[in-house]
Design a protein around this ligand. Structure first.
Ligand code: SAH
Length: 350
C-alpha cells in the first residue's frame, strides 16, 4: 500500500507540495479538496502533473464507501473499503442536536471481549490517522456537509478496534480532526471509548485533547470482568478508576462508563449495589446498553423491564445513569456485526 495523504496535516501537506516544487497555495488547494472528501485525482484545482506526482507516492482513495445500509430510524451503517481491500464499518446516527458518526480505529481487534463481534477474527491491522479521518470526510461529503457547515457534528471512537491499542495514530487523527485548519471539531463533541488500557489513559490525559473519555466497564468485580473481558487480567477496576480520576483532574471532563447488560452475568441487584459503591461521588455518568446479541456469541441480552429496574437502582443510589435507546438494531447496530456478516457472506460466495 502507498502512503495515505490524509495522514498529513496542513503543515505536512505544505512540506509535500514544497518537495514537489509547488507553491504553498497548491498545498491549500489540496487540503481543501481532501477536506471535501475528494480523492487526489478529483481535486480539479490542481495541475495534472502535480497530481500525477502525488499519485506515485500516495493512495488516490484512502477510504471508499463499499455499502450503505439505512435503518428505519434514519441510522446509516457504512462498510468502508480501505486501499488494501480490508473492510471496516462506521455508523451515522441522527439526533436532534446533530449527527454523530462512529468510526473504526483498527481492522478487527485483539482485546477478545466475549460479547463483541469486532474481535472474532483477531486484529488484522491498525488504521492510519488518515484512514480514520477519511471515514468522516467521505460521510460528511455524502451527507452534503462542507468544512464549515459540517453534516457530521459529533464523533465517537466506538467502531471496531481498541483506540488505545493504536495510540499514536489515534492521537494524530484527533489532533487533525480538532485542528482549526482541519474539520475543527471540538473535543467536547468527541467521545473515545476504551476497554481500559490504564497506561494509555494516563498518557492521554496529557495530550491536551479534553474529549469525553468513555470506559467499557461491564462488570463490578475483577473476577467477573475477566469472564467477558480478558483485559481485566491486566488492569484492575481500581486502577481504571484511578486513571479516570486523574483524567478529570487533568482535563476537568467528567468520564463515562459503558455497561452492557448481559442476562445472568452482570445485572442483578447485587451488581447494581456494587456499581453504586464503586462510582458514588465520582464525576461520571453510566451509560447502560442492552447487549446486542451477536450470532457467533452465546451471551444474551437482559429484557427491557430488568434493564429499567437496574437503571432505577443506580439512580436511587445517586448515580447519573441512562439506558441508551437502541438505534440501528435492525441493521446490525452492534460493534463489528456488519463487517462480520459481510465477510461471512463474501466467503460463502453470496
Ligand atoms: N474497544 C473500545 C471501543 C469499541 S466498542 C472499547 O472496548 O470500549 C464500543 C462499545 O460497545 C464498548 O463499550 C463495547 O464493550 C460495546 N460492545 C461491543 N459489543 C457489544 C454488544 N454485542 N452489545 C453491546 N455492547 C457491545
Amino acid at each position: 500500500m502507498k502512503a495515505i495523504i490524509q495522514d498529513l496535516d496542513a503543515q505536512g501537506l505544505k512540506a509535500v507540495a514544497a518537495r514537489f516544487g509547488q507553491p504553498a497555495f497548491r498545498a491549500k488547494q489540496l487540503h481543501e479538496g481532501l477536506l471535501q472528501g475528494k480523492n487526489i485525482s478529483a481535486v480539479t484545482t490542481l495541475p495534472a502533473a502535480f497530481k500525477e506526482a502525488l499519485l506515485g507516492e500516495f493512495e488516490d482513495c484512502a477510504v471508499r464507501v463499499e455499502r450503505v445500509f439505512e435503518g428505519s430510524d434514519g441510522t446509516k451503517k457504512y462498510l468502508f473499503a480501505l486501499a488494501d481491500g480490508n473492510i471496516v464499518e462506521g455508523v451515522l446516527m441522527k439526533y436532534s442536536y446533530g449527527n454523530t458518526q462512529c468510526v473504526s480505529t483498527q481492522v478487527g481487534c485483539r482485546m477478545g471481549c466475549k460479547f463483541c463481534a469486532s474481535t472474532l477474527g483477531g486484529l488484522v491491522r491498525n488504521l492510519t490517522a488518515g484512514e480514520i479521518l477519511s471515514q468522516i470526510l467521505v460521510v460528511n461529503a455524502l451527507e452534503g456537509g462542507t468544512k464549515s457547515a459540517r453534516a457530521v457534528t459529533n464523533v465517537v471512537l466506538m467502531g471496531s478496534g481498541e483506540p488505545f491499542d493504536n495510540y499514536a495514530n489515534v492521537v494524530a487523527f484527533l489532533k487533525n480532526l480538532c485542528s482549526p485548519e482541519g474539520l475543527n471539531i471540538s473535543p467536547r463533541n468527541i467521545s473515545l471509548s476504551t476497554c481500559g488500557l490504564v497506561d494509555k489513559m494516563y498518557a492521554f490525559a496529557e495530550e491536551g485533547i479534553p474529549l469525553n473519555l468513555t470506559v467499557s466497564l461491564h462488570a463490578t468485580t475483577d473476577a467477573e470482568r475477566a469472564r467477558t473481558m480478558p483485559v481485566a487480567n491486566k488492569w484492575s477496576i481500581a486502577e481504571i478508576l484511578g486513571a479516570c480520576d486523574n483524567y478529570f483532574k487533568r482535563t476537568g471532563r467528567r468520564f463515562i462508563f459503558e455497561y452492557s447488560l448481559i442476562e445472568g452475568e452482570n445485572c442483578d441487584g447485587r451488581h447494581a449495589g456494587e456499581l453504586v459503591e464503586l462510582l458514588k461521588g465520582r464525576p461520571c455518568h453510566v451509560n447502560l446498553i442492552r447487549l446486542n446479541e451477536v450470532k457467533e456469541r452465546t451471551l444474551k441480552a437482559t429484557d427491557s423491564k430488568s434493564a429499567y429496574r437496574f437503571l432505577g437502582l443506580l439512580q436511587k443510589g445517586g448515580l447519573s445513569a441512562t439506558l441508551r435507546r437502541q438505534i440501528g438494531s435492525d441493521i446490525g447496530g452492534a460493534c463489528g456485526q456488519l463487517r462480520a456478516g459481510y465477510l461471512g457472506n463474501r466467503s460463502e460466495g453470496r
